[in-house]
Design a protein around this ligand. Structure first.
Ligand code: AMP
Ligand code: TRP
Length: 327
């Protein structure tokens, strides 16, 4: 059986980009693979956080995984810091990672902005991510397009380790969706939808109520051509709406273009909002139930146990291969 690993940071609120690029795609994978889904709280610490907020967002994200359809009977859901193998494995991998490789990571360049005060944690963030994945011998890693470069580094490190110390790691494959791997901001379709945006019109949050979702879509920035066609380069706003609509309803972009050709942007915006509202409604209801049921902590404890079992085995093999004396 194949293994799947993916993670999301418990920072800010989950938005439609996280849902379409990652979370929604995790759910069907449970049918065909053994899945490990992680709330990567250690990654969240790479930029300053309010401790209380980090704690509550960690539980909230676990609740959202469950509300989206993660089945704790089949998949392991856990918090990264509950499995110390991630930090230990990351240290061992840092010792074969080159400064130059990390300096080339675009996410570091964006977030750190070349500043001397960017933290060492932010710099080595991709190595921790590599440890997350490699410790589980994952075959597949479902992520949005922005993680592609981190996955390439993960593969390079696995291959380098195997060459220096002997075969320990499986080389993982990224799994990036065909549609919706990069959902753009509603208020600026030249930029990706992002948790760290200044304006609330940037993103649809998964817990937004229907009125707010409709309002945000109505205000979505488009272009002045007033013709519906799919062209991500010249018509990023309309193409983004078509992508979102297509993923929500399962109707192909081509068929949507055909159907909306003569209808004007207003119709497309309202119908896309409606499709999103319909998709998120059951998730929001389940989220409330899950958070009230108190089941999150129990699920996380069980997930961490399974995670420690699997990752611990790989960590021992790494330690052994690198010449550490066994306990
Ligand atoms: P993060 O919130 O950075 O932990 O991201 C969690 C997951 O959502 C990762 O797999 C990202 O690649 C994905 N993701 C984040 N933003 C977007 C976006 N705008 N479009 C599609 N996927 C995204
Ligand atoms: N870096 C990812 C992001 O920002 C989150 C992440 C951490 C992750 N570890 C991972 C994703 C392992 C996939 C697999 O979105």
């Amino acid at each position: 059986m194949k293994r799947v690993f993916s993670g999301m940071q418990p920072t800010g609120d989950l938005h439609l980009g996280n849902y379409i690029g990652a979370l929604k795609r995790f759910i069907p994978l449970q049918e065909e693979a053994e899945c490990f889904f992680c709330v990567v709280d250690l990654h969240a610490l790479t930029v300053p956080r309010d401790p209380e907020e980090l704690r509550s967002k960690t539980l909230e994200l676990a609740g959202l995984y469950l509300a989206a359809g993660l089945d704790p009977e089949r998949s392991a859901l856990f918090v990264q810091s509950h499995n110390p193998a991630h930090s230990e494995g990351a240290w061992l991998l840092q010792c074969i990672t080159r400064m130059g490789e990390l300096g080339r990571m675009t996410q570091f360049k964006d977030k750190g902005k070349g500043s001397d005060s960017a933290t060492a944690g932010l710099f080595s963030y991709p190595v921790l991510m590599a440890a997350d994945i490699l410790l589980y011998q994952a075959d597949l890693v479902p992520v949005g397009e922005d993680q592609k470069q981190h996955l390439e580094l993960t593969r390079d490190l696995a291959d380098r380790f195997n060459r220096i110390y002997g075969e320990v790691f499986k080389i993982p494959e990224p799994q990036i969706g065909e549609t919706g791997a990069r959902i753009m901001a509603l208020d600026n379709p030249e930029k990706k939808m992002s948790k760290s945006a200044d304006s609330s019109l940037n993103s649809i949050q998964l817990l937004d109520d229907p009125d707010l979702i409709l309002k945000k879509f109505k205000r979505a920035v488009t272009d002045s051509e007033n013709r519906i066609r799919y062209d991500r380069e010249n018509k990023p706003g309309i193409s983004n709406l078509l992508d979102i609509h297509s993923v929500m309803t399962g109707e192909s972009v081509d068929s949507l273009v055909e159907r909306y050709r003569d209808k004007g942007y207003g119709h497309l915006k309202i119908d896309t909002a409606e499709a999103v509202i319909q998709e998120l409604k059951p998730l929001q209801e389940r989220f409330r139930d899950v958070m009230e049921s108190g089941e999150v902590q129990r699920v996380l404890a069980r997930g961490a146990e399974r995670a420690r079992e699997v990752a611990g085995e790989t960590l021992s093999r790494m330690q052994q291969a690198m010449g550490l004396v066994s306990k």
